[in-house]
Each structure stands twice: as structure tokens, then as C-alpha cells.
Write a protein of this length. Structure first.
Lengths: 328, 305
């Protein structure tokens, strides 16, 4: 266990070092590509915090990403609101958390677990996207809202403006690093241990005095809040928000990022998000309709060949060689 | 994503004569149309999700495949009825392959089933789009025109749809309660080990039951094709609604299936007169979530757990 923690921190440190070095070697455009991928990585980490720790799959996580994005867009596009960027981010996080709290209350305290939870959250994603399309007086309908300004605010006379590629990259990279580290320390501590106990046997965990539905609810709300934060960041960087951001396809893709990166590792999903998006951009440049087809194949392959994600290849090879050596 | 118009909500016909009795009967028949479709789609899910504990996210694609079967037969010059006969066969073929290739290997891994069937769903959607091209496919109903029921006039095809759906449901009830295969299914559902102990091939029973559910969903797709917008992505709307039918109604009985369909379909139809279809859909979903909170075992099974 201790060795595993050390390994995780080692990989984390390497990733942070790479993120620090990257701006020195990469130009403006490449920087923005990685920045956007990192935001989706944060989104993937938020799903992994819930799915990886509780074993319950949320199939509509993009709903929270979209809610965060739309709230951020509406707040920053309204000229009457002061400190729009900061208030927008707070509103995005609070809004996503609020929706998650309501839905989570009904589901977790209603005894809904496993597949049932997956289905309800799936429907939630469908509804959110439909709402974004049909409530066009507020959300701009199919075409969404454009012209969202980059993050900018004043702190004690100091003007912070994140419209530049480098400054926005630093903000995003720092946010992702801090959040992933925080989620990791939460999930390896007592909180995570109890969640594991609930996942293994909820009745026994409850008998030991743990309020299982409340723990699950708080974890879910936290996960949704981070997804909302990721949505708010993305909207400011991209400058637009559209119904796709809360759609089923994004909900699906984030599951692939987590599954490929390795569920429960928090860092793996971030890396998974970055690599798969690179692949997606390459493949979509050949033929846009090929990507969903390949995505479907990736799902099936993961389930049958790599149930523990890409990182498990290393562990498998290691055990393979160990087995060989022992056999000789 | 599919346009909102192809949600089951579009099964509403506008009232022809605006008086109270007319309005009531039309609403009732609209609700009955939607309820019939939901029952047929939900039946397959009740078998796989409710009884075999398999979360099949590709179930909506059986509906799509059924609708495309009708479109394909019609575009080749065949009649609607020939297409409607092909629809359940197409659904069954896809269901059988899916069960054989994927689902039977994952009975003990529920989350993996969710991921794999979702992958299959994406592959099927994109495969249909690559084969048949972008855009909605036209399907013409076998009978145009309306039928004069004393209080209102109503499209004749919708009445046929309701009739076929009811007959199918009756057939399924008879199959499960009167035949030896129905007995096998009921035995396997009650206790799988015991069923194996008395010599029932449970794998085969599961496979046949799953294929059967897929065939019924394909039939539903064929029936709804002239009313809906036939798109490769049309299945997801039926998927979400059908899951709610099964969850709200409770698993394990035809009565629960009917209750769930009446709840979801009836509420959707009534709300559709007042507000936009998307908002109606959202309210139905929220009502379903609240219903599940209050009656976790289904509408008919009381509040105890």
C-alpha cells in the first residue's frame, strides 16, 4: 500500500514536471490544445472520483459539465454582474452541486444503486441536452451562446487577465494538479476507505455505523461540483457554449477516458483524456463519422481485453515476466 | 443528437374538433398509442433488465433496426405489411448476435455489460448511418385517412397500431403462462440454480428470452416508423423511456409493465398538450424519480422493500 502511494506520487511528480516544461518547448497553438485536453482531464478525474471510489457508474456526467458551462456563460455575458468571472465560476460549481444534490438525494436515499443509478443518470443527461436545445430564450438553442469573455478579475488592485495562451494554460494546469492531488488524498484517507467498504458491502458498512447514503451523496455532489468547474473553465477558454457540452456523447467519452486511463487511479483518467482526444482529432480529420464507430469498438475492446485500463498492460507484462522467471 | 421531434412524444395527433368530449377521447387515444409502444419496447427490457439483471443499453437500437427494416422493405418496393413482418425478424437477428457475442460472457459483470452494450449501440447507429446515409428516412403508413368514432375522428393507422400492440401483449401473456417454454422462463427467473438442477438449459432459455425481447422491440420500431422520424439515433429516446417504464412499474410482472407504461406514457401525453415536448419529458423523468423514491419496488408492489 505504501509502495503504491509512493509510485502514484512519483508518477504525479513526473506529470507535473512535464506540464511545467511543456510551455518552454511548445508554441501557442499546441499549448491551447493541451490546455483544453487538460480541462477534459479534470472532468474525467471528477467522474473517476465517484465511479472509481463507489463503483457506481454515472452515465450523465456531462450534464454537470454542461450546467457549469451554461451558468458561467450566462453570468459572464451579463454586463450588470460585477466580478463576473469569479462569480461565474462559483455559480457554476454551486449550480452543478445543487442539481447533483437533489437528484442524488432521491436516488441514494431511495435505495437506487448499480444499474438503476446508471439508467437514471443516463436519462438525466438526455433531459439536460433537450432542455439546452429547447429553452432557446436563455440557452441560445441549438447554436448555443458565443462571445464568452476569457477569465479576468481584480484582486487587491492586481489585474489578472487570462486571455493569453500561457496564462490560461498555467491556470488550468495548476487547477488540474491541485484538484487531482486533493481528490487523491481524500480517496486514500478515511473517506475513501469507508467508500470502499460501502462498495464491498453496504449493509455491513451501515451496520458499523456509517451513513452510507450520505457518504455516497456527498461524494457525488463533490464529483459534480468539479465537473461544473471543468465546464466553466472550458467555456471561458473556448469562448462558446453549446448543447453538445451536456450531451450523451460527451458523457460517453468521459467514461472511455476513465476506463482507458484506469478506473480509480485519478491520474490515469487525466492522461486517458489527453491521449484519446489527440487520437480523436487525428481520426476525425480523416472522416468525422468514423470516430463514434471507433469509440464503440473501444468500449467493447476495453471490456473484453483491458478491464483495468491501459496502465494495466504494464502490470500484466510484469506479472508475465515474473511468472516466466519462476517457471524456469 | 436526434432532433426533439422524434421523441415518442410526437405520437400525438392534433384534435380535429375542439369540444370537450372530442378532446378527451383524442387525448386518451394519443396516450394509448404511446402506452402501446412503450409496453412493447419495455417488454424486452423487463426481460433483460428486470429478470436477467442485464443492463442492455443497445435495446433502443432494436427499435431503430425494426423501423429501418420497414423503411428498407418499402424502399425496395415491398408493402408496409411485409416490412412490419421483417421488423421483428431484424430485431431478433441483431438481438441473437448481441447475446451470443457479448452479453452471455458478461452475466457476472454488470458494469462491463453497460459499457459493452453502449459500444454496440454506437457501432449500430454509426453502421446504419454509413449504410443508409444521413437524414430522416420516409416511411408511409399502410392506410391514410381517418376513422369516424362517434365522438371524434382519429387516424386509422393509430388504431391499427394500438390493436396490434394489444394482440402482441396478449400473445406474450399466453406464451408465458400457458406454454412449456413460458414455464421454463418462469422457473429460471425464480431460481436459476434450481432450474439447472431440474434439467433446464438456463443459457439457452436466457438466449431465447433475450432474442424474443429484441424481436418485440423490433416490432415496436416497425409499428412506430410511420409516425416517428426514422433516424439511426432514434433509439435513445425509447431507451430512456422504456427503462423508466420498467423501473417505475417494478420488475417481474406484466401488470407492472402495464402500470409503468400507463404512468410514463399517460403523463407524457397529457403534458404534451400544455407544454413543449422537451419540458414534458423532463417533468415525466422527475416524476419517475420521485415515484421510485416513494415506491422502490414498483407502483404495484407497495412501499415496503
Amino acid at each position: 500500500m505504501i509502495a503504491r502511494d509512493r509510485n502514484w506520487l512519483l508518477i504525479f511528480a513526473v506529470c507535473v514536471a512535464l506540464a511545467v516544461v511543456y510551455p518552454f518547448v511548445a508554441g501557442g497553438y499546441q499549448l491551447t490544445v493541451i490546455r483544453d485536453a487538460l480541462i477534459f482531464g479534470l472532468f474525467a478525474a471528477s467522474l473517476d472520483f465517484f465511479w472509481g471510489r463507489t463503483g457506481i457508474l454515472c452515465f450523465g456526467h456531462a450534464a454537470f459539465f454542461g450546467i457549469g458551462g451554461y451558468i458561467m456563460a450566462l453570468v459572464t455575458l451579463n454586463d450588470a454582474i460585477p466580478f463576473a468571472s469569479l462569480l461565474g465560476i462559483m455559480g457554476a460549481v454551486a449550480g452543478a452541486a445543487f442539481v447533483a444534490a437533489i437528484i442524488g438525494y432521491f436516488l441514494f436515499f431511495g435505495g437506487i444503486r448499480g444499474s438503476y443509478f446508471t439508467i437514471v443518470t443516463l436519462a438525466m443527461g438526455v433531459i439536460c441536452q433537450q432542455a439546452a436545445v429547447s429553452w432557446s430564450s436563455v440557452t441560445g438553442g441549438d447554436s448555443g451562446l458565443i462571445g464568452i469573455p476569457p477569465i479576468a478579475f481584480d484582486v487587491g488592485g492586481l489585474h489578472v487577465d487570462l486571455s493569453q495562451d500561457l496564462s490560461s494554460y498555467i491556470l488550468v494546469a495548476a487547477t488540474v494538479a491541485v484538484t487531482v492531488l486533493a481528490l487523491w488524498s481524500v480517496s486514500r484517507g478515511r473517506w475513501g476507505t469507508v467508500l470502499t467498504a460501502i462498495q464491498d458491502n453496504e449493509v455491513r458498512a451501515a451496520a458499523l455505523g456509517h451513513n452510507a447514503p450520505l457518504r455516497l451523496l456527498v461524494t457525488f455532489v463533490l464529483s459534480a461540483a468539479i465537473a461544473g468547474l471543468a465546464g466553466a473553465l472550458y467555456v471561458c477558454m473556448a469562448g462558446l457554449v453549446a448543447p453538445d457540452l451536456s450531451g450523451l456523447l460527451l458523457s460517453t467519452e468521459v467514461i472511455v477516458w476513465v476506463a482507458v486511463g484506469g478506473r480509480g487511479t485519478l491520474l490515469g483518467p487525466v492522461l486517458g483524456a489527453i491521449f484519446i482526444q489527440r487520437a480523436q482529432q487525428t481520426i476525425s480529420s480523416f472522416n468525422p463519422s468514423l470516430w463514434p464507430l471507433l469509440l464503440g469498438c473501444v468500449f467493447v475492446i476495453i471490456v473484453f481485453v483491458l478491464p483495468d485500463g491501459i496502465l494495466s498492460i504494464y502490470a500484466r507484462l510484469k506479472s508475465l515476466f515474473k511468472g516466466r522467471r519462476r517457471a524456469q | 443528437m436526434p432532433p426533439k421531434a422524434c421523441s415518442p412524444a410526437c405520437a400525438n395527433a392534433s384534435p380535429a374538433r375542439p369540444d370537450a368530449m372530442d378532446f378527451l377521447i383524442t387525448t386518451l387515444l394519443n396516450a394509448l398509442t404511446l402506452i402501446s409502444i412503450l409496453m412493447l419496447v419495455g417488454l424486452g427490457l423487463a426481460i433483460s433488465f428486470g429478470l436477467m439483471n442485464v443492463t442492455n443499453l443497445a435495446h433502443g437500437e432494436f427499435v431503430t433496426v425494426g423501423a429501418f427494416a420497414v423503411y428498407f422493405v418499402q424502399s425496395m418496393g415491398g408493402s408496409f405489411w411485409l416490412g412490419l413482418a421483417a421488423a421483428p425478424i431484424a430485431g431478433a437477428v441483431v438481438g441473437c448476435i448481441l447475446e451470443f457475442a457479448i452479453i452471455r460472457h458478461l452475466y457476472s459483470r454488470p458494469v462491463s455489460t453497460v459499457l459493452a452494450t453502449w459500444g454496440v449501440s454506437l457501432i449500430l447507429q454509426q453502421g446504419l448511418e454509413l449504410t443508409f446515409g444521413l437524414g430522416a428516412k420516409p416511411v408511409t403508413p399502410p392506410i391514410e385517412g381517418t376513422l369516424d368514432l362517434v365522438f371524434t375522428v382519429y387516424p386509422a393507422y393509430r388504431l391499427i397500431l394500438i390493436g396490434i400492440a394489444m394482440l402482441t401483449l396478449l400473445g406474450v401473456i399466453l406464451l408465458i403462462s400457458r406454454t412449456s417454454f413460458g414455464l421454463d422462463i418462469r422457473t429460471v427467473i425464480q431460481n436459476r440454480e434450481m432450474a439447472e438442477g431440474v434439467g433446464i438449459n438456463t443459457r439457452r432459455t436466457y438466449a431465447i428470452a433475450f432474442t424474443f425481447g429484441a424481436a418485440i422491440a423490433g416490432l415496436a420500431g416497425g409499428l412506430v416508423a410511420p409516425l416517428a422520424i426514422v433516424l439511426p439515433q432514434m433509439g435513445v429516446n425509447y431507451l430512456a423511456n422504456a427503462f423508466f417504464v420498467v423501473i417505475v412499474g417494478g420488475v417481474g410482472s406484466i401488470g407492472g409493465l402495464v402500470a409503468g407504461s400507463v404512468f410514463v406514457g399517460g403523463l407524457t401525453s397529457i403534458l404534451n398538450y400544455q407544454i413543449s415536448p422537451s419540458l414534458a419529458q423532463a417533468i415525466v423523468l422527475l416524476a419517475a424519480i420521485v415515484a421510485v423514491r416513494l415506491r422502490p419496488n414498483g407502483l404495484l408492489n407497495g412501499a415496503s422493500r
